[in-house]
Design a binder for this molecule. Structure first.
Ligand code: C2O
Ligand code: CU
Ligand code: CU
Length: 463
């Protein structure tokens, strides 16, 4: 049934043909109102608080055509799990697929056995109840499968959801936080369909990262978003298998970045562009009161492609106020900046020949060890090859780290917040300040999902 990644010869030719000219996305025609993933509902009278079921489904991306997809508690993507800072919940995870899967909480600092990495396989038909504690600052995280060898395909078919840690009711923050009204998750993905408009991964996949020509946002094709509040908060996830996005506003206006992957920024940053590699997140504020209603506005990609057009219909014409704050101490102390490198990571290769420190992933091998609660400096080097090399987004499970430097330079203001994924350019050396608050075995890997499946992954044991 499954030709495996090498495919048959015909499939290979088909695959290459499909890969001509797919680097650019098509602009959204702005036809469909953006779907907002529902908030996951708390269960009553059960011995768990939430249930997440990985299941098969169908989705009508193209009118009258049903595409086979995967989803959590539905046909495509999953509901948003929202936890308050410090909250602890029991989550029942169920695998209703025909293949093993895992439930990975990307960015959540939980013990290794709850992390849902490659060791956390749930077999078809099985369930498990796990306790998740949101013991870290408010942030935009996400969840997705992590079965070694099938992560890319399962995500491609639709398995991803948002996991938000909320500031909490007691917080002094005046940031917009009415979910679905002025606080909107945006999951950007690109998809490649075959001639039958199916997501036939084995025919479409590219070992360097499957790129598509169709942009979807929250699973909606040709989306538009009706905006009613002057100041909107967008929680942006690059949920693509491989594509890097550089987001801008179509009128060139600036917006305010307020958060990185794992926390609010030390200080909000006014900017006119935002680059996110696969798996990175950012929160931004857009002030629509500065616009007239006639003006058309969209979030565009760097090349001008419209990803998300807005329909601005403010129900309140008062000027927006975008809350600002200033850092009360430097992002990194002098002592932190001076810490010696204790772990070296070398990313290398492309296609199937991808390695970390010269090795491919082996679930039975521990590559690194680090003591729980003890901070170390990891230096991640993206070693170029004869062709130059490519960007690898490097991700570590079980931790939110700080970027100390890029080739010796301080991190940009919009990277001065907690991170769990970092984009590393060919030839670049990035130093990270890494602490694991929980014990267990955690993976670290390239978040181009095909590179991860091809073995660009290692394991750190936290003791
Ligand atoms: Cu998005 Cu290994 O994780
Ligand atoms: Cu992760
Ligand atoms: Cu990579």
């Amino acid at each position: 049934m499954n030709n495996g990644p090498m495919g048959g010869e015909e499939d290979e030719v088909q695959g290459m043909m499909n890969h001509g000219n797919v680097s650019s996305l098509e602009s959204s025609e702005g036809i469909n109102e953006l779907s907002i993933p529902p908030l996951m509902e708390k269960q009553q009278g059960q011995d768990f608080d939430y249930e997440v079921v990985a299941q098969e489904g169908t989705t009508e991306f193209f009118e009258g055509i049903s595409t086979d997809t995967y989803g959590y508690n539905g046909d495509l993507l999953g509901p948003t799990l929202k936890l308050e800072e410090g909250e602890s919940v029991d989550v029942k995870i169920t695998n209703d697929l025909d293949e093993p899967t895992t439930f990975h909480w990307h960015g959540l600092e939980v013990p290794g056995e709850k992390d849902g990495g490659p060791h956390g396989e749930i077999q078809p038909g099985d369930s498990q109840i796990i306790t998740l504690k949101a013991d870290q600052p408010a942030a935009t995280l996400w969840y997705h499968p992590h079965v070694h060898g099938s992560t890319a395909e399962q995500v491609f078919k639709g398995l991803s959801g948002m996991l938000l840690i909320d500031e909490g009711s007691g917080s002094a923050s005046e940031l917009p936080n009415e979910y679905g009204v002025d606080d909107i998750p945006l999951i950007f993905q690109d998809r490649l369909f075959d001639e039958d408009k199916q997501l036939n991964y084995n025919r479409l996949m590219n070992p360097d990262g499957t790129l598509g020509d169709i942009s979807i946002v929250n699973g909606t094709i040709n989306p538009k978003l009706t905006v009613t509040k002057p100041v909107m908060r967008f929680r942006i996830l690059n949920g693509a298998n491989a594509r890097n996005y550089t987001f801008r506003l179509s009128n060139g206006a600036s917006f305010t970045q307020i958060a990185t992957d794992g926390s609010l920024l030390d200080e909000p940053v006014e900017t006119d562009k935002l680059t996110l590699a696969a798996s990175e997140r950012a929160e931004i504020l857009i002030d629509f009161s500065r616009l007239t209603n006639e003006e058309s506005l969209a979030i565009i990609n760097d090349d001008g492609v419209e990803l998300l057009p807005f329909d601005v219909a403010l129900d309140d014409s008062s000027a927006g106020s975008t809350e600002m704050w200033t850092a009360d101490k430097p992002f990194l102390s002098e002592q932190e900046k001076a810490m010696p490198v204790t772990k070296e990571i070398e990313l290398f290769g492309m296609m199937k020949m991808v390695t970390i420190n010269g090795k491919k992933f082996d679930p039975n091998r521990i590559d690194l060890r680090q003591e729980q609660g003890v901070t170390e400096v990891w230096e991640v080097y993206n070693k170029p090859d004869m062709m130059g090399g490519m960007i690898h987004p490097f991700h570590i499970h079980g931790t939110q780290f700080k970027i100390i430097s890029r080739d010796g330079r301080d991190p940009e203001p919009n990277e001065q917040g907690l991170k769990d994924s970092v984009m590393v350019e060919p030839g670049e050396k990035v130093k990270l300040l890494v602490t694991f608050p929980e014990e267990g075995v955690f993976v670290y890997h390239c978040h181009i999902l095909e590179h991860e499946d091809n073995g660009m992954m290692g394991q750190v044991e936290v003791y």
